[in-house]
Design a protein around this ligand. Sequence first.
Ligand code: SF4
Length: 276
Amino acid sequence: MVDRVRRTISRYNLLKYDDKILVAISGGKDSLSLLKILERIERDFPHSRLYAVMIDEGIGGYRAGCVAVAERFCSALGVPFTSLSFKNLFGFTLSEVVKSGVLEDLGLTPCTVCGIFRRKALTIAARRLGATVIATAHTLDDVVQTYLLNLLKGEVNMKPVGLRRENGQAIPRVAPLRLTPQREIALYAYLENIPFQTTTCPYTHTSMRDRVRSFMAWYAANKPEALFSFLKNFERLLEKAGQRVESRCEICGEPSSRKICRACEIELLIKDRLRR
Ligand code: SF4
């Protein structure tokens, strides 16, 4: 597994020899496996640094257990661990937002809000730590699901998922597991005795990704090569379509195709509703 990830990093130039790598961890098997694999690979690059960061969204009865598991695991690997919460960064927990009813009014699911703010929180963490790249544990399955979801949403400005794109001051994101199927990571975590958190998030069933995941699992069971061929062919199409030039959000300054990025827009709407 370590060699496979090493080959993926080298094939797509995901990491540099002196990167300060923020590894986004959730306490699940994918992210803790990624941390362990990167810790092994980066031993060969003494100028690089690893930091593990967990974002606590404030999901009642779910995240607290993950924080403890992840913290112990990082300490055993000797990787500095940081946890940041939605409450401290944005002033609300995900559970508070869901309970307030504001998501129904805005036509959003908990996962949409969770994903947008987790992304924003990771960027804040990376800037605080001086990280040069953010590594996420998106597997082959996750990357394909993201492309399919974007297609279903009619997204016209799609970017390659998990490939390093240097874009001014923006911190690049990479997915070193993008060529590794989920089931192989599960097997790796099991064989390596990685103590991952097994509780399922109470909001999983509300997401469109959950349905796309079920469909892909069914489809790939009948056509095992489907995920690889989709990734290869779809990314060829993306390459041909070229990339649009991105502007920056007028509020947070991060790259965005809109004047005000989706994260800032939703943050303003939620804060406005919670104040009433
Ligand atoms: Fe967040 Fe949805 Fe994942 Fe739960 S299932 S952690 S709400 S993205």
